[in-house]
Write a protein that binds this ligand. Structure first.
Ligand code: FAD
Ligand code: SF4
Length: 607
């Protein structure tokens, strides 16, 4: 393994204020800084000044790997980096729409080495990299961009992997427009550096080259930890603890590793092989997986007390799985299904499993008119899955407008390209039953004030829906045939600053539907009740209460991380929490080990 040489970012500092010499304060470059940061506020004036400052000569031929165009004659750093002034942002090409509607393969092609180097060279190497600040795992982005631009790809991988357990996964599915790329200092006028795709390239390339190795501890510590949940939060912690030398046991009620990365997020965003190869790596590292093993008080489950007695410390990383339900007349009709049941069935079918609920059509959109209710990433995953399954039409009902959608704009655009129709500013009011069903009037099956639906394990629901006689995950008095919706308008901002929505009078309309998918978000399951763990305190949202410095719950030696603490969030945040929780668990166990001899002495003295 070559010695790691980190690039030295010289005296460049990102100027927060304007500096004399730049026209109208349009750009700001510290004169002595070869890695100067540009912050152009006006493309016209700023551009002229940049061109003069760096003697940009548009007649010169391009550097190797860069498209034709000008290059710098001065400032050595600018020869390699700072290319944003002449090189446009480029994301990897997408596969043709017609082709990608047909399968579940990822839609973005991968950068080749020349493209990754060229795009990395656009980085301005600013002194205070806001991309890193706004990346939840605080990736050293400018460092690995520079290493990539220089072709030092193994070092780029080492630096990238040092802060992120799954860089190639985050590179694929982070909402970069809200995180790193959205805070790139060149973003304003030049389009940000293509950070996510370069991150993905670095680690995919490392896998190809055989540089990705299982975590191997220097020595075994002779202590064990139990991790509940094999999602990104649990796995990030398991990885970190195994590196430190703990015997790590991961328990999951699912039969595969990955949590929502395997059964929630569809393959067109994250191909399953990318997750499965990580599973193999963890097994090679000696992490023990107890799959199909739920923790709880149900039949076949391992009790929480038994789990605690097996290990020196326990981490709970169980995510959030209680679907927020839709209420109103007809809400219990057959053909109205929960998003995660639907996505789990699709993912399992893609993985080659036998999925009766898919085969029976209960959780399959083929030949159906599909309506998805919701506007987040889960809703986008549902609409795009339905397109690929061969739905006749796919509509997305969202009560706000496009600008106020919580989902990533990139995914909305992809969905539009693939043929999804968005019905903005509309909310379901009732669900209509098909005329040939016993009660076409579809009475209330969930009253407006009814409590949220009980927690369902999507895996169990996926299987139960295909039991003889069952035709969907709902068991109503008939089949759904349409959604009666009402038009909404945006009102004044509420306390959170978000515009409230209000119903428009006399604005009812009907959308035909054979399959309605509820994608309204998720809440935590009631763990203290399900696990018979009274001392495990929860917040008013049902998430586990932890000390935010130590990650310890209200039970000694029991820690928690990921969505079960934060509420439904992002993979990258679960990774961050898992890594931080692992560090705190290590500190706590070390503290206990150090205290033990003293305890023992006291006990001997007492005898
Ligand atoms: C459809 C969908 C799409 C998403 N898309 C994105 C995206 O594009 N980008 C992004 O960053 N984030 C996305 N997210 C969010 C992201 O997947 C989650 O924030 C992240 O997976 C949370 O990680 P976690 O480890 O906390 O929990 P999870 O990934 O949910 O893993 C929890 C694990 O715990 C197990 N478990 C639960 N209870 C028990 C029990 N009692 N006993 C044993 N095991 C148990 C579960 O089986 C599961 O494997 C998406 C989420 C969904 C639902
Ligand atoms: S982990 Fe996510 S936010 Fe951080 S650099 Fe990668 S893509 Fe950006």
């Amino acid at each position: 393994m070559p010695r790691l040489r980190l690039p030295v970012r010289l005296a460049a500092r990102r100027c927060r204020r304007d500096v004399a010499g730049s026209p109208d304060g349009a750009a700001c470059i510290a004169p002595a800084a070869p890695a100067a940061t540009l912050r152009a506020q006006d493309r016209g004036a700023g551009w002229t000044w940049i061109r003069d400052r760096y003697k940009l000569d548009s007649d010169q031929s391009a550097a190797p790997g860069l498209p034709a165009g000008g290059r710098f004659r001065r400032a050595p750093m600018a020869d390699r980096m700072l290319q944003f002034v002449r090189l446009e942002q480029h994301q990897p090409d997408k596969r043709a729409v017609g082709q990608r509607r047909e399968d579940f393969a990822e839609i973005y092609r991968r950068f080749d080495t020349a493209e990754a180097r060229a795009q990395s060279s656009r980085c301005s190497q600013c002194g205070v990299p806001f991309c890193s600040v706004h990346c939840p795992v605080n990736n050293n982005i400018p460092d690995w961009l520079k290493l990539t631009a220089e072709g030092r790809l193994e070092e780029a991988y080492e630096v990238s992997a040092a802060t992120n357990t799954f860089p190639e996964i985050c590179g694929r599915i982070c909402p970069q427009d809200r995180l790193c790329e959205g805070n790139c200092v060149i973003e304003k006028d030049f389009d940000s550096v293509t950070i996510g795709e370069v991150e993905r390239f670095i680690t995919d390339n490392a896998w190809d080259k055989g540089w990705v190795k299982p975590p191997s501890p220097r020595r075994e510590l002779g202590r064990s930890v139990g991790v509940v949940g094999a999602g990104p939060g649990g796995l990030a912690a398991a990885d970190a603890l195994r590196r430190l030398g703990y015997a790590v046991h991961v328990y999951d009620r699912y039969d595969r590793v990955g949590g929502l990365m395997i059964y929630g997020i569809p393959g067109f965003k994250l191909e399953k092989e990318v997750v499965l190869r990580r599973w193999k790596l963890f097994e090679d590292a000696g992490i023990a997986f107890h799959l199909g093993q739920g923790i709880g008080a149900g039949e076949g489950e391992l009790s929480f007390e038994e789990l605690r007695s097996r290990h020196d410390a326990v981490l709970i990383a169980t995510g959030v799985y209680r679907n927020r339900d839709i209420r109103g007349p007809g809400a219990g009709l057959d053909g109205i299904v929960a998003a995660l049941d639907y996505l789990t069935a699709s993912n399992r079918q893609g993985l080659g499993d036998d999925v009766p609920a898919f085969d029976s059509g209960a959780l399959n959109a083929a030949g159906k008119r599909v309506v998805v209710v919701g506007g987040g990433d889960t809703a986008m995953d549902c609409v795009r899955t339905a397109i690929r399954q061969g739905a006749v039409s796919v509509k997305c009902l969202y009560r706000r407008d496009k600008a106020n959608m919580p989902g990533s704009m990139r995914e909305v655009k992809n969905a539009e390209e693939e043929g999804v129709e968005f019905v903005w500013l509309s909310a379901p009011e009732a669900f209509l039953a098909a005329p040939d069903t016993p009660d076409a009037a579809a009475p209330d099956t969930a009253a407006p004030d009814a409590p949220a639906a009980p927690a369902t394990d999507p895996l169990a629901a996926t299987m139960a829906a295909s039991a003889p006689g069952a035709s969907g995950t709902s068991t109503g008095p008939g089949r759904v045939s349409g959604v009666r919706a009402t038009r909404m308008r945006l009102g004044l901002p509420d306390a959170s600053g978000r515009q409230s929505v209000e119903q428009q009078e006399d604005s009812l309309f009907t959308v035909d539907a054979d399959l309605v998918i509820k994608a309204l978000g998720f809440d935590p399951e009631d763990l203290p009740r399900l696990w018979g763990a009274d001392g495990l305190e929860v917040s008013r949202w049902g998430t586990l209460k932890v000390n935010h410095r130590t990650f310890m719950t209200t039970l000694d030696g029991v820690f928690a991380a990921g969505d079960i603490v934060r509420g439904a969030s992002l993979v990258v945040w679960a990774i961050r929490d898992g890594r931080d929780a692992a560090a705190q668990m290590h500190a706590w166990m070390q503290g206990r080990a150090a205290a033990k001899p003293a305890d023992a002495q006291i006990a001997v003295a007492a005898e």
